[in-house]
Write a protein that binds this ligand. Structure first.
Ligand SMILES: Cc1cc2nc3c(=O)[nH]c(=O)nc-3n(C[C@H](O)[C@H](O)[C@H](O)COP(=O)(O)O)c2cc1C
Length: 151
């Protein structure tokens, strides 16, 4: 609410990750998860945020789709870290109506020109897991663009 008041709700998005169970945050009680995230989404829905980004392995399931209905705005989906989001997965999620858009993580980190590559069906650089949290430019600005692939 404070950020939306400062810069405008249309410039603020929110990422939620129900049942992600990471870093000692355990969300294993389905009823509690539902009550918690429904309250959160009901609370922010009136703000008119730019989007709600949801990380969950079962994007088509009732939890995510109920939260989506309650939010009432643009929902950006991400199925999780098991494997990197692919062009096919993103297309299917949107064309089947599961989400309004798809959040892309690793493929975008590794490919500065990912949009062009997906448009052309071109090969992609694989993400270098060792450099994703690095303190310098390595892993941020040194992935080659399409024109420089292969020299
Ligand atoms: C280096 C890195 C840092 C991330 N940090 C966050 C974070 O701070 N908050 C969050 O909600 N997700 C974070 N994620 C998860 C991504 O938002 C995304 O859900 C995940 O990478 C799966 O999408 P992908 O298969 O397209 O990479 C991070 C992912 C990566 C690779």
């Amino acid at each position: 609410r404070a950020v939306a008041a400062e810069v405008g709700a249309a410039r603020v998005g929110l990422r939620i990750s129900p049942e992600r169970n990471i870093q000692d945050v355990w969300e294993k009680d389905a009823a509690d998860v539902r009550a918690t995230y429904e309250a959160l989404v009901d609370g922010v829905a009136p703000l008119g945020l730019a989007y709600l980004s949801v990380l969950h392995p079962d994007l088509d399931g009732s939890l995510v789709q109920d939260l989506r209905r309650r939010f009432g705005g643009v929902v950006v989906a991400n199925s999780g870290v098991a494997s990197p989001t692919t062009r096919d997965e993103a297309e299917t999620l949107v064309s089947s109506g599961v989400a309004d858009a798809v959040a892309v993580g690793r493929a975008l980190i590794a490919n500065p020109d990912l949009v062009a590559r997906w448009r052309e069906g071109a090969d992609e650089n694989a993400v270098d897991q060792a450099s994703v949290y690095g303190p310098d430019a390595r892993g941020y600005t040194d992935y080659p663009a399409l024109t420089t692939v292969g020299g």
